[in-house]
Design a protein around this ligand. Structure first.
Ligand SMILES: NC(=O)c1ccc[n+]([C@@H]2O[C@H](COP(=O)([O-])OP(=O)(O)OC[C@H]3O[C@@H](n4cnc5c(N)ncnc54)[C@H](OP(=O)(O)O)[C@@H]3O)[C@@H](O)[C@H]2O)c1
Length: 328
């Protein structure tokens, strides 16, 4: 089989190896598609906070078909279509310990085949292609976790048009909430409105976008903010927030900040909740909603397996709207 391994010089190397055989409780997956996330860029750039082991197969998010079932594996049958779970040791409930992660501690999915414990997989929503399904483990589940609790009558603010924010928009709309989006691009604003946002505010042109968002809610504020930029934007997020609102802290795309004045947070009686993707059981719950609402992930571009390094390039440097995929 062929796999891409990130060598000690941080180069993705295409490597040939024998196709493994599943052992007890394991399955062999023919990988059909993988999806890229910000975390994969950080690993490849050498800036991941916990130094990764060298020569591991990259990428955490995959969809594929069960090709063989090992002894005593019971969850799936040959031919079943499956999706990987982002955190291979978190099955449900509060996480007790962050275990081994794909691409940094154990082999990931950028490969023709993978042998894994059957418990790290969930069934794939039937209406999705393999490419669409490969977007679910990280970006979709993070968006899902970030808007948890949103419902009719609520307003959710999503920052930017990155992978997590687009899913948060789709899930919040499916739950019956209004969505206001920020973006730095007029063209992307149009697409955010097409996806169901009621308004799009250009954060690049309007530094005080928090009060603009507030005005759009008749000064009530939004119930949930999906905070992807972190310290750089959180004071505007608090400005946009309703009393008793929640900031779902997802990412730090704006870089490290100087810290924030906590008084505005107190004056909003706000909740700050940090998001850590989600468990396998969260993924299964989310997939039921994806199926019921026939949600289709937004895809920017699909690269062939032979061109996987270009997919990394495009994610890191290209303008995009939606997920970047590798088709295997
Ligand atoms: N905590 C978790 O569980 C978790 C899980 C997944 C990801 N993350 C983190 O969450 C962040 C978002 O992930 P992603 O996959 O959605 O990333 P992404 O696809 O790379 O997001 C890129 C988009 O974010 C928007 N953006 C960038 N800087 C911004 C700023 N200062 N203000 C507002 N929007 C800004 C831009 O939107 P426009 O082009 O529209 O302006 C940009 O196109 C990353 O930092 C990632 O590492 C955390």
């Amino acid at each position: 089989m062929q796999s891409y391994r990130l060598n000690a010089h941080r180069v993705l190397e295409l490597v040939e190896g024998p196709t493994p055989t599943p052992g007890r409780g394991q399955v062999l997956v023919r990988v059909k598609a993988t999806s890229l996330n910000s975390r994969d860029m950080v690993i490849a750039s050498g800036l991941y906070p916990f130094p990764p082991l060298p020569n591991l197969i990259q990428l955490s998010d995959a969809a594929g078909v069960i090709e063989a079932v090992g002894p005593e594996a019971m969850r799936f049958r040959v031919g079943d279509r499956v999706v990987s779970s982002f955190n291979p040791t978190w099955f449900g409930g509060p996480v007790r310990k962050v275990g081994q992660m794909y691409g940094t501690d154990i082999d990931g999915w950028l490969s023709d085949y993978a042998v894994v414990d059957e418990n790290v997989l969930v069934s794939m929503p039937e209406h999705l292609s393999f490419e669409e399904a490969a977007t679910l483990p990280c970006a979709a589940l993070t968006g899902w976790s970030a808007v948890a609790g949103a419902g009719p009558g609520d307003t959710v603010l999503v920052q930017g048009s990155g992978g997590v924010s687009l899913f948060a928009l789709q899930f919040a709309r499916a739950a019956g909430a209004r969505v206001i989006a920020t973006t730095s691009s007029e063209a992307k604003a149009e697409r955010l409105l097409e996806l169901g946002a009621s308004d799009a505010v250009n954060y690049a042109e309007t530094s005080h976008w928090g009060s603009v968002v507030r005005t759009l809610t008749d000064d009530r504020g939004v119930d949930i903010v999906v905070e992807v930029a972190g310290a750089a934007t959180i004071s505007q997020s608090v400005e946009a927030l309703a009393l008793h609102g929640t900031i779902s802290l997802v990412g730090h795309l704006g870089g490290a900040g100087q810290g924030m004045d906590l008084m505005p947070l107190s004056l909003r009686f706000a909740t700050l909740r940090a998001i850590g993707v989600g468990s396998r059981s969260d993924l299964e719950e989310m997939n039921r909603v994806v199926s019921q609402h026939r949600i289709r992930p937004v895809i920017d571009r699909v690269f062939p397996f032979s061109d996987a390094p270009r997919a990394f390039e495009h994610f890191a440097h290209g303008s995009r709207f939606g997920k970047i995929l590798v088709s295997h």
